[in-house]
Design a binder for this molecule. Structure first.
Ligand code: ADP
Length: 502
């Protein structure tokens, strides 16, 4: 049995450790994946955002370039078709060239199929758009500022040199990019000073329009990825830890139940073997005494002595059987009780008398007091007697030689109060909340000179509760113990008692 329980406990421990370990591993892996993805995505989003912002700036410069080309006070655009295949050749010139001899740029557009000898407004628009959107943009992407004319070249060069990323626009585009990637984290672009708490910094990206020669560096600062993970995953993490908690609690509770059951089984075994021993001894003694009376021709005096032994052992047996029966009754708490009118005074007086020999043998005098005269109530006389007898028996047994036991009867607020007090050694405080437990006995080291099975108080309390009452006690180590029974006492109009227990 013990081996089986150990095996179950080992398997359950392995199971709980496994489940907990797997959950923790899963959370750890999840953390790594989330953090890795986060770092990758914020870098990628920044690269995209810088490219988009750069496109906007290029477009702005291209638009400016268009306005310079369209301005006839600055630029003169002409065309002719005086070449071999009569294709249109455009010419772009400064209106006021420097030096005077500057010829500007001449070129054809492969997609332009018309053969014009003079420039038309439509052809001019086509040329302006082609130059700005294709030629200039292409040059910028290559990091070149081409001087198509001296003045256009200088102006373009200045624009390009002065061009820096626009923080507000970049901020907006970056926020959009992050949103598209489902990243919900605050950031600061090019922070002047870094905040504490181990923030995450993206890689630095060149936003210069003429990269790589021109430098215009941009990076972003985010909260710590660990904090981000905690915030994003908090519900998942909470439920995971809740599951771990529940699993561990269930495990602990099961272990506790198994161990309690095992302890109880051991106690029951102890009880049964004790009981067997206790039953065998009086039966053997009775046998021997009966044989002696039968086989030897004994004098009347000797025969009486043997008969006395038989009666004494028979009484012992009866008390043991009583105890077993009480145990069975208390196990089935709802067994009915048979109430009848009980003269409690009479019941207690008789009980004290019955205990006179035991009291004399233990040198523990028992006295009975009643403060308010005779008390009669409805109760199950046999059960009530058993309950009080357990308390009285304990008081004499545990009170010890020289102690005094007082059984008192009283009424209080519609209740019958029966108290059994002794001035013996008392019950140690640390065991006081356990003495009503079945099979519990206050440990007495190796010298258990007082016999018992740890059932009496459990039984007594069950009986009193069946009567709708309570059994309580006060005990102080070194000063003694008082057990107090309180059961309802109700009289009806005819003067008869009405029992209200149950
Ligand atoms: P048992 O007497 O058979 O051991 P009980 O249930 O009657 O079992 O009592 C439980 C324990 O409470 C006893 O073992 C004893 O240690 C303690 N006890 C009960 N009554 C007294 C008392 N009057 N004084 C000191 N200890 C007591």
């Amino acid at each position: 049995m013990k081996k089986r329980i150990t095996l179950i406990l080992i398997l359950m421990s392995a199971c709980v450790t496994g489940i907990t370990g797997l959950q923790l591993y899963w959370n750890y892996q999840n953390y790594h994946t989330v953090v890795k993805t986060f770092k990758h995505d914020v870098n990628e989003a920044l690269t995209n955002a810088v490219d988009q912002e750069l496109d906007l700036r290029e477009q702005k410069i291209a638009d400016l370039f268009k306005s310079w080309l369209a301005d006839t006070s600055q630029t003169i655009i002409t065309c002719n078709n005086k070449n071999i295949d009569s294709a249109t050749v455009f010419r772009v010139q400064d209106a006021h060239p420097f030096p005077e001899a500057s010829r500007g740029a001449q070129f054809g557009i492969s997609d332009f199929k018309q053969k014009l000898s003079h420039i038309t407004p439509e052809a001019k628009t086509i040329l302006i758009n082609f130059m700005a959107d294709s030629m200039v943009k292409r040059d910028l992407r290559r990091g070149i500022v081409y001087f198509y004319t001296q003045k256009l070249g200088r102006k373009l060069e200045k624009e390009v040199e002065d061009s820096r990323h626009d923080p507000a626009a970049l901020n907006r585009i970056y926020a959009q990019q992050l949103k598209q990637m489902d990243i919900n984290a605050a950031f600061v672009l090019n922070p002047s000073k870094t905040v504490g708490g181990k923030p995450f910094l993206t890689r630095t990206i060149n936003a210069g329009i003429q990269r790589p020669h021109q430098k215009d560096m941009v990076f972003a600062e985010f909260e710590n990825p660990g904090t981000y993970f905690m915030r994003e995953m908090k519900w998942l993490l909470l439920s995971s830890f809740l599951l771990i908690g529940i699993t561990i609690c269930c495990f602990a509770y099961t272990v506790k139940t198994i161990l309690t059951q095992q302890k109880l089984a051991a106690l029951k075994n102890d009880f049964v073997s004790n009981m067997a021993h206790e039953l065998k001894t009086p039966v053997a003694t009775i046998n021997i005494a009966a044989e002696a009376i039968q086989e030897f021709n004994l004098s009347k005096v000797s025969a009486d002595e043997y008969l006395g032994i038989i009666r004494y052992q028979a009484a012992n047996l009866t008390s043991l059987i009583d105890q077993i029966l009480k145990n069975i009754i208390s196990e089935q708490k709802n067994t009915g009780i048979n109430p009848s009118s009980v003269d409690v005074t009479d019941l207690l007086e008789k009980l004290v008398q019955e205990y006179a020999p035991q009291s004399a043998a233990a040198k523990t005098p028992v006295r009975f007091v009643q403060d308010k005269g005779r008390v009669t109530t409805l109760a199950d006389p046999a059960l009530l007697k058993n309950a009080v007898s357990n308390l009285l028996d304990n008081a004499i047994k545990y009170g010890g030689t020289g102690a005094t036991v007082t059984v008192s009867l009283n009424t209080e607020e519609g209740n019958v109060i029966i108290a059994v007090a002794d001035n013996g050694p008392g019950i140690p405080l640390k065991y006081q909340d356990r003495i009503f437990e079945r099979f519990f006995r206050v440990p007495a080291g190796d010298l258990h000179n007082v016999k018992g099975y740890g059932l009496g108080l459990n039984y007594a309390r069950a009986v009193i509760e069946q009567h709708g009452g309570t059994l309580t006690f006060i005990s102080k180590e070194g000063s003694g113990t008082t057990f107090r029974i309180s059961i309802p006492l109700v009289y009806n109009e005819t003067g008869q008692n009405t029992f209200i227990g149950g």
